[in-house]
Design a protein around this ligand. Sequence first.
Ligand SMILES: [Zn+2]
Length: 453
Amino acid sequence: MDILLSKELKILHENSISGLDRQQLFHEHILDKINTLIEHKDVEVHLTGKSFLGKPINCLKLGRGPTRIIMWSQMHGDESTATAALLDLTYLLTTPLLAENSDVGVSPYYHDKVTIYILPMLNPDGAKLCERENAQGIDINRDALALQTPEGKLLNALVDEIEPDYAFNLHDQHDYYRCGNDGKSATLAFLAPAFDSDKRINAPRRRAMALITDIYEKCDGLIPRGIARYDDEFSPRSFGDQIAAKGVSTILIESGHYPNDENRQVARTLNVYALLHSIRQICDEDVYSSKDVIDAKERKYWQIPENNENKLCDMLINNLSFSNSSYQADIAVCKRSRFESHFYVNEVGDLSQLHGIQTIEAGGYTYEAGRPYQLSEEIVLSNDLYIILLKKGFSHFVGSTNLIKNQSDYKLIENPEIWHDEHKMKKGILLGGFFCMKGERKFALLIDQIVQF
Ligand SMILES: [Zn+2]
């Protein structure tokens, strides 16, 4: 995570709240952090609502200025990156540290300019289950019109009460979004959502675009070609779009993948950086006062690379031969969710348009699916024994898997319902089998490991 060593992010990362470096945050992870934050004189609890299962949802308030900003995170329970960022932000806004660091800082006089309402973790019930939806099974972000979830009602009532000038709607996206057609993983993606199906641009939406351009330029300076612009298809049931329709300058931020950063601490820190810069821009009344300036920033907004869905995979295997080398195909391998490490075959064929987070050049190798090892007695698998079995062509184990004591460094494929064959690596099945050259097995594929003999 070298990016966190950049001057700006290093300060923010070093001053992040401890205990939140996790792939998934539950309510219990943030409760004592919130309790500590509200002891500070600058942080008020504006209101506490309840989730469907009765967990408290806190809205914290900082500042007393005329311009009102609302920020919320984790309305989708399995998207917790920005929850950590909002707690970091709240902490940083209460420390003198920022005023001393002009690269990342916000003036201590922000109190007189803005009032900031912060809702970390709008969906604690979904968070507990690591699910997108709430405890009713409803996607809160498709409940902006029906308002059948207590969490959606709470957010809606709060927006009507506060009448914010700016709204920050914070989410996570899956790992396979790419920045433009040939960029890297989109570590952050921004959107000024549409408020009608014609995707018209009014003054608040244009101001949101201008602000996004400003924070994009800051973040792009740290991760070039890693920051994208989300599609603005109108989604009337979604909160971002409905809040934009109320004349609020609304900014969606999606946290995404960064290499070797499963807990998304790069995206967490970049969120803090982007939000701090947003507050700084909003506090400066002159920034968006000129129409020419805003128009120029809007034009730049449209030049931000698009957030391209499904243009990445975890592992791309190029030019693998099948059936006695009678044909070649590329193989895309993906996880079912970012919370697991198992790799499944996702697509086979000409995948030259796809980019792998990891790429394997398999030209010259032929695929062999391997055969099952039938378990009939206890077996203690050392590295040496496992390699012997693999070399004999056993790619997976069937039968009573409690007979295996795996003491090796390698993963086991146990009782697959169906298996690949020499003509076809099958979609939805674990990565397994062998790469062979001149009839000799050279590599074994074991879920997400490639073992060389
Ligand atoms: Zn989401």
